[in-house]
Design a protein around this ligand. Structure first.
Ligand code: NDP
Length: 311
């Protein structure tokens, strides 16, 4: 009999006393089932297979799984909405932490890679702008741009974050919360304009970015974090004028569209990391019982890097 610990979040904005730790007995494995044990957790948990009745997931293999905040889970590899388990590439080097499969070498890293290669199709010598640049995706956008010989400008919401961006190697970085004009700040950072914009935030930043695009510029719309909690949609003033006169190409994308390339892409990024071309920052909290505290710290923006819980 295997027991699982699981965190339950009640309604409302997450506070530590809105979570309850429960224990439950797991069902016996049926054909096609896999019992996975959490090793590292984030919003997207990373786990190891303890027992298996699915030949594609032998016991002992490591997977990235979408199972919630739980120590153990019995699941099939695929649910009605798509894959629940994905095996971590078998060539993972022993000197690179597997927790990076949740961050730089996982979904956020792949989002940066596909947004730049498949959507923007960046070319050496081009100037790329990225917002929320100190986040998990933004930091990878910067490093991939540098690997590909581009100039890169980033914005973040704090002087400590801007210092981190400069340490990472951004050509220009600024604090969007303290500039008097976003449009001017973008112009000062790259007077000749931007070939590509990797859009993470939406809101007024998007309008300011449109006005600084070069003719024929490309915009990869990855996220709109400034708009996610809006009850009334924000309107971008006069976007059509900028889009038409600058002949911009704007494309939204989902990282899962290139799932078939994930294994090969992760191997490429692992190689860059081995060569010292990619760096990753993590904020690691130890202990499953500390998961709500780690989550709340992440929501408050404490710490630079991907928030991970080591079970
Ligand atoms: P992070 O949590 O690492 O970064 C989020 C950052 O966004 C915050 O730290 C904060 O940084 C900034 N932010 C928060 N609120 C605002 C606001 N109102 N205005 C401007 N900036 C704000 O996020 P990720 O790097 O994981 O993700 C980045 C974006 O990519 C998100 O929009 C996410 O939804 C999207 N995404 C899209 C995917 C896809 O397939 N399309 C896949 C994965 C992610 P600061 O302090 O600098 O403001």
């Amino acid at each position: 009999m295997v027991k699982a610990k699981t965190w339950i979040l009640f309604e409302g904005f997450p506070k530590e006393n809105n979570f309850e730790l429960r224990e439950e007995v797991l069902p016996e494995l049926q054909d096609g089932d896999v019992l996975v044990e959490a090793v590292y957790l984030s919003v997207d948990p990373y786990m190891r297979v303890v027992k298996s009745k699915d030949p594609a997931f032998p016991e002992g293999c490591y997977v990235v799984a979408n199972c919630g905040w739980r120590t153990h889970t019995v699941t099939k590899a695929k649910g009605p909405a798509g894959p629940i388990l994905a095996r971590i590439v078998s060539e993972w080097p022993s000197d690179i932490s597997m927790s990076l499969a949740l961050g730089s070498l996982g979904m956020p890293g792949l989002t940066a890679l596909y947004g730049l290669e498949e959507v923007c199709k960046i070319q050496p010598g081009e100037t790329i702008l990225v917002s929320a640049a100190a986040g998990a995706v933004g930091a990878m956008v910067e490093q991939i741009c540098k690997i590909k010989g581009c100039k890169v400008v980033g914005s973040a919401g704090g002087d400590d974050k801007v210092a981190y961006l400069k340490e990472l190697g951004f050509d220009q970085a600024f604090n969007y919360k303290t500039v008097s004009s976003l449009e001017e700040a973008l112009k000062n950072a790259s007077p000749e304009g931007y070939d590509c914009y990797f859009e993470n935030v939406g809101g007024p930043f998007f309008t300011a970015a449109l006005k600084n695009m070069k003719p024929g510029g490309r915009i990869a719309v990855c996220g709109a974090i400034a708009n996610y909690n809006d009850t009334t949609p924000q309107m971008c003033p006069y976007p059509h004028h900028e889009i038409i006169t600058r002949q911009l190409k704007i494309e939204g994308f989902m990282v899962r569209s290139w799932q078939h390339k994930d294994a090969e892409s992760i191997k490429r990024m692992l190689k860059w990391m081995k060569e010292g071309k990619l760096k990753a920052k993590e904020v690691v909290t130890v202990g499953f019982e500390n998961m709500p505290a780690a989550f709340i710290r992440m929501l408050k923006g404490d710490g630079l890097g991907k928030a991970i819980v080591k079970v």
